[in-house]
Design a protein around this ligand. Sequence first.
Ligand code: A3P
Length: 296
Amino acid sequence: GDMHFPTNWSTGGISPDPRVNVHRIKRMKAREDDILICAFPKAGTHWTWEITHMLLNEKAEYAKKGKETAMLEFHIPDEFDDWPSPRVLNTHYELHNIPREMIDKKCKIIYIQRNPKDVAVSLYHFEKSFAGEDYVRSWDDFVHTFLHDVHTYNNYFTCALSWEHALKNNPDLNVLSLYYEDLKEDPIREITKIARFLNVSYTEEFIAEIAEKCSFKAMKAGDKEVRRHELQNWANYFPDENFTPEESIDRMSNTFFRKGDVGDWKNWFTVVQDEMFDAVYEEKMKDSKLKFRFNL
Ligand code: A3P
């Protein structure tokens, strides 16, 4: 069946449906210095966005309201026209759906991946928390859907394979490939990688400052401060009668920043679910060279 997330995305009138919007986004005008962060939902998109933005901005300060959540698929291209260069844009689209001009102009792309068991856990909680009291799906049902069906507008395996294929067949693409687990393991090392890829000047102190500001705890608190109003709007779109206004803001903050750990899947998968996941993974990814460190 179809997905539950985001609960009333296409009827809520907050933004275009990503499946329809793709046709507009593909034709979007790009600037040579645009930077695009690409990831499957819950792989660390916004984390990478914030780091990239700080590096380019030469300041370890959280972005003002709205920018890092402004993903291509949920906006019409015109909305990005007045963004100053260099723009750091965000998307969960696969490579063949991103603006053609970004490929033609060899724009820098940062592609971030995360082990899919943690992605599944993260996505489940995201859906559940977003939808509030209307959410009825069980974790077990969710695991089946994740393995066999389509989430939002893509399926994990289709997406991972299509990226792998695209990167292998387009060596000219200007892509930096990152992993959530690596960022957690050594943020300084990974942020330095991003700085070099972006060709920005940096000092060790600056990188350390970004690592600190973009730690899960600090970023969650900072985000709540700068995006208070936006979090309130989200809460209004997806109301839950059980929460006071202040609790609603917290609920949304907890939706976007849940736990930020590697290996949380071990707290959720039963042995049966884990074996089923491994079997499907092995089958669908049999031609893939991806090797996630599931046991971290
Ligand atoms: P969890 O649900 O496991 O906590 P995306 O931005 O791609 O939707 O990814 C969201 C996931 O990244 C969530 O995972 C979220 O908590 C986590 N995340 C957000 N900011 C983070 C940070 N600064 N450090 C580590 N994880 C972060």
